[in-house]
Design a protein around this ligand. Structure first.
Ligand code: UGA
Length: 437
């Protein structure tokens, strides 16, 4: 198949490379010349395991090209819209500028039989408007809304082997032809038995935000339980293990800690609430506002815990923050709880040094006022408190005995409940965590 991919950020770059890996002819289009230049050289503009190898392999095959020129999509028959929908500054709603300009760019190129595939996360109702514009511009072209569920850090695997496909598509002959075209694109995964759900446009758009809202709710649920554990002396990790054994609940996404961040969950629940308000059903999602509040309270509590550890004040205290990325195996610092806590500590008078295996470059751009160190050993030098805020495997594996001679105070705060308290305590450290005695 000949494929174009509009938007070569996280979603689009991975999608383009994976489509080429599947044997399709792919052109990726982005408005940022530096993004296009990096991808054309086979370099991933962000940290994602497996992507550099895939870009090199696909580039060498001659099936993958990147350009800033939207006209290059004219040859393609399947056009993926993979641009971002960030939160609007000062509002909960999603900023639809990039989706609108991608649609503007693709419309004049459409031929009869072409399929436009929407993958961006959008407010429900967007796809219907795009479908109308497509039919006005080229009655023989069709829209399929095909939300993406990839996780950063597992993006290549999730794209090549998704756990399900959702197609939102008109129940017409042309819609069925578009379904067959998309089936040909995903033939490999479909032949492996990946479930495929055919839905209307509204359902397909809702599936994505409903899934992210559920995940955010699950995390905030366990973090709310952590607040109860803190008030009662209970242990939230044991609680999660115990309730997680109930298959109806499940243990995944029940890790209590400093909460969720990133470029998706926080902005998606807010955009969903904003859209519900426009639709007159804001009450249905008012619980998401509580989910958001619980999540944000964890960051405040984290700073309070550090203050308690420092004997009541963090002013002038030296704090080492291990982790800047919003989660491990990513260099993404968008709405990162780790960076948000580090910045708060600094603003409240602590001397904060942050380290991260991959995200220092991005963190420094966002918070140039913080001090950065490239290794854990440098970061913890003379620290009064060490805080683990992103559970990179190398932090989980830290040896408390090795770290002890480097710090001023043997005080560790485990913001992700990822360390073994007994090991740290046995080595003479004061161990504190959220939701644990
Ligand atoms: C999320 C969804 O998981 C994907 O399915 C979705 O496709 C993606 O958003 C998107 O909308 O594009 P992602 O943002 O990569 O993926 O990150 P997650 O793995 O969901 O983690 C989100 C945040 O929750 C992280 O800050 C993580 O540390 C936190 N988290 C996760 C917890 O605090 N506890 C948990 O138990 C799990």
């Amino acid at each position: 198949m000949r494929i174009s991919v509009f938007g070569c950020g996280y979603l689009g770059a991975v999608h383009a490379a994976c489509m080429a890996k599947l044997g399709h002819e792919v052109v990726g289009i982005d408005v940022l010349p530096q993004q296009v230049a990096a991808l054309s050289r086979g370099e991933a503009p962000f940290f994602e395991p497996g992507l550099p190898e895939l870009l090199t392999e696909a580039g060498a095959s001659g099936r993958l090209a990147f350009t800033t020129d939207a006209a290059a999509a004219a040859e393609a028959t399947v056009h993926f819209i993979c641009v971002g929908t960030p939160q609007k500054p000062g509002e909960n709603a999603a900023d639809m500028r990039f989706v609108n300009s991608a649609v503007d760019a693709v419309l004049p190129l459409l031929k009869a039989g072409d399929v436009v595939v929407g993958k961006s996360t959008v407010p429900v109702g967007t796809a219907e408007a795009i479908a109308r514009r497509i039919h006005d511009a080229q009655p023989g072209a069709e829209l399929v809304w095909n939300p993406e569920f990839l996780r950063e850090g597992f993006a290549v695997k999730d794209t090549l082997h998704p756990d399900r496909f959702v197609y939102g598509v008109a129940d017409t002959e042309q819609g069925r032809a578009a379904t067959a075209t998309l089936d040909a694109v995903y033939a490999d995964a479909l032949s492996d038995g990946t479930p495929r759900i055919i839905a209307d446009l509204a359902t397909a758009q809702l599936v994505k935000v409903a899934a992210n809202s559920f995940l955010a709710t699950k995390i905030s649920f366990i973090n709310a339980m952590a607040e109860l554990c803190e008030a009662t002396g209970a242990d939230v990790t044991l609680l999660a293990d115990a309730i997680g054994h109930d298959a109806r609940i499940g243990r995944r996404f029940l890790n209590a800690g400093v909460g969720f961040g990133g470029g998706c969950l926080p902005k998606d629940i807010r955009a969903f609430m904003a859209r519900a308000g426009e639709l007159g059903v804001d009450q249905a999602l008012s619980f998401l506002s509580e989910v958001d509040s619980i999540n944000m309270r964890r960051r405040v509590r984290m700073v309070d815990l550090a203050r308690e550890q420092c004997g009541g004040s963090i002013v002038g205290r030296t704090v080492a923050v291990l982790g800047a990325a919003f989660k491990p195996d990513s260099d993404d610092v968008r709405d990162s709880p780790a960076l948000s806590v580090a910045a708060q500590m600094q603003l409240q008078g602590a001397k904060v040094t942050v380290t991260d295996p991959e995200a220092i470059h991005n963190a420094r751009k966002k918070w140039p006022e913080l001090a950065y160190a490239s290794t854990v050993k440098e970061a913890v030098q003379d620290a009064d408190v060490v805080m683990v805020l992103t559970e990179w495997s190398e932090y989980v594996a830290l040896d408390p005995e090795e770290l002890a001679p480097l710090v001023r105070g043997k005080q560790i705060i485990d913001g992700r409940n990822c360390l073994e308290p007994a090991t740290w305590r046995a080595a003479g450290w004061a161990y504190r965590a959220l939701g644990r005695p």
